[in-house]
Design a protein around this ligand. Structure first.
Ligand code: SF4
Ligand code: SF4
Length: 465
């Protein structure tokens, strides 16, 4: 219908040349609807169309309209020279990334300090210390707390809703963090993943998650994250069972995991099950990607994207969705998403011949490894100030926590993946709530979301969830 409306819109023209439908615009307001339809009794009179306007050079459309085809626009050929590294890329990217990641962790001062602190203080105490640091930064700029700030902003903008606390809407997304194990150890990772982390979801928890899905008709998406989810043992079970229920599955993929030994058929598995890939690629240059995500990550990411394209991922006609995620290298907000999407598409196509569907920009959350990174560089105060200065009231409605339940590898329930890392679990009267306490997520609508000072990362600029 919209197509027909377009063709008959004043100021638009369309014609059929041969079998190709061409559509464009002209100035003025000539259109099909301005053609006079002559009544039958004018037959034989001098008022036929040809007589009104005998100059109709394109009035020769074939009546075999079933043969008419609408052609998709084709991509222009690359304008820039292709990357010379493409030549032997598949050879260069053979083998596991893990030895390189472990070597980097051993030589990286930040990782060594974190490991020492973790040993001395334990995870819970470190998390409390991190929270205090964020709060000290907010105290300096006179920001009381996240919820009070939100309510003040609403008042300032003339919004008078009665909701004083952030509450959930209907739960549509079931996010499963199925393990912390990862073949990379990125310096901004909010999960503190690495090849040294062995925590993974058990089959018992995974099976219970599937049971919950069966009883929760409001859920349309299972968002599988990690670590590197594909390297966790329950990944294929969860993905396959969710697809059998006709639920969309997202795989939060780091790209390099698909090239690990033993994962040779994972990309094909993703394609066969029509799994939506959301992949991290913080730049289209080797230097920036390797700086943030580790040596060797760029080459493997490019090889993996080429492999996914060869299976049809990222091509509009296949329905195999491949989205990319950009997050800034340091303590600044991401650029405009739409403009960066265009820039990524141009660079990746011109230089590497890579296609993808959509780019998402995300703000770095001031939690865990990135919070440490900022604190050691004395940048945490400025970063919290930046987040508060760029508070965007419009992000609140779309926050991940509004329509998501997030499950950790050990089955504990949270409002989002960030809360998982900060031990802010959804609780019941007797304590922590796990997947074994619920049969469905349907009655979690309207429950109050646990927010804290890290949440300013989700509401700055265009948001982060
Ligand atoms: S950011 Fe992703 S790829 Fe990097 S270490 Fe963390 S989980 Fe792994
Ligand atoms: S971190 Fe973001 S998604 Fe999580 S509870 Fe806070 S605002 Fe919501």
């Amino acid at each position: 219908m919209s197509c027909l409306r377009f063709l008959h819109r004043p100021g638009c023209w369309s014609s059929l040349k041969g079998n190709k439908l061409q559509v464009g615009t002209i100035s003025g307001s000539r259109c099909f609807s301005s053609t006079r339809i002559l009544p039958d009794d004018n037959k034989g009179s001098t008022n036929s169309i040809e007589q009104i306007n005998p100059q109709l050079p394109d009035y020769n459309t074939s009546i075999n309209i079933h043969e008419h085809k609408l052609q998709r626009p084709t991509r222009p050929p690359p304008k820039l020279p292709r990357w010379e590294g493409l030549q032997d890329l598949s050879e260069r990217t053979k083998g596991s990334l893990i030895p390189e990641t472990l070597k980097e962790m051993e030589n990286d001062k930040d990782f060594q300090i974190s490991a020492k602190q973790l040993k001395e203080m334990g995870q819970k105490k470190l998390t409390r210390e991190e929270k205090k640091r964020r709060q000290r930064a907010l105290d300096k700029i006179g920001v009381p707390d996240f919820i009070q700030f939100w309510n003040n902003k609403k008042l300032q903008n003339g919004i008078t809703d009665k909701q004083q606390n952030l509450k959930k809407k209907a739960i549509q997304v079931f996010q499963l963090n199925i393990g912390i194990y990862c073949n990379q150890a990125c310096n901004h990772c909010h999960v503190e993943s690495s090849p040294k982390r062995q925590e993974m979801m058990s089959h018992e928890v995974a099976r219970k998650c599937i049971d919950i899905l069966k009883n929760s008709p409001s859920i349309h998406t299972v968002d599988i994250t990690g670590g590197a989810p594909e390297l966790c043992k329950e990944f294929r079970y969860i993905a396959t069972e969710a697809r059998k229920l006709e639920i969309d599955v997202i795989d939060r993929c780091n790209l390099t995991a698909l090239l690990e030994p033993g994962q040779e058929d994972t990309a094909q598995f993703l394609a066969d099950n029509k799994i939506h890939i959301v992949a991290s690629l913080p730049c289209y240059t080797a230097k920036n990607v390797n700086l943030q995500r580790g040596k060797g990550v760029f080459d493997k990411s490019i090889q993996s994207l080429l492999n996914l394209n060869s299976l049809g991922y990222g091509k509009p006609e296949t329905g195999l969705k491949l989205d990319l995620v950009y997050n800034p290298l340091g303590a600044f907000l991401p650029p405009d998403q739409k403009k960066l999407d265009e820039q990524y598409k141009k660079e990746l196509w011109d230089v590497f011949g890579i296609e993808f569907n959509k780019l998402f920009t995300m703000t770095n959350m001031p939690v865990k490894r990135f919070a440490d990174f900022l604190f050691r560089r004395n940048e945490l105060n400025d970063y919290m100030d930046l987040l508060v200065r760029n508070y965007n009231l419009n992000t609140v409605d779309k926050l991940m926590c509004r329509d998501t339940i997030s499950v950790s590898w050990d089955g504990i329930l949270y409002d989002c993946d960030f809360n998982q890392q900060l031990d802010l679990e959804i609780s019941k009267e007797s304590g922590t709530m796990t997947v074994f306490d619920i049969n469905s997520v349907e009655d979690m609508t309207e429950s109050v979301i646990k927010v804290d000072n890290h949440c300013f990362g989700c509401t700055a600029g265009m948001g982060s969830s």
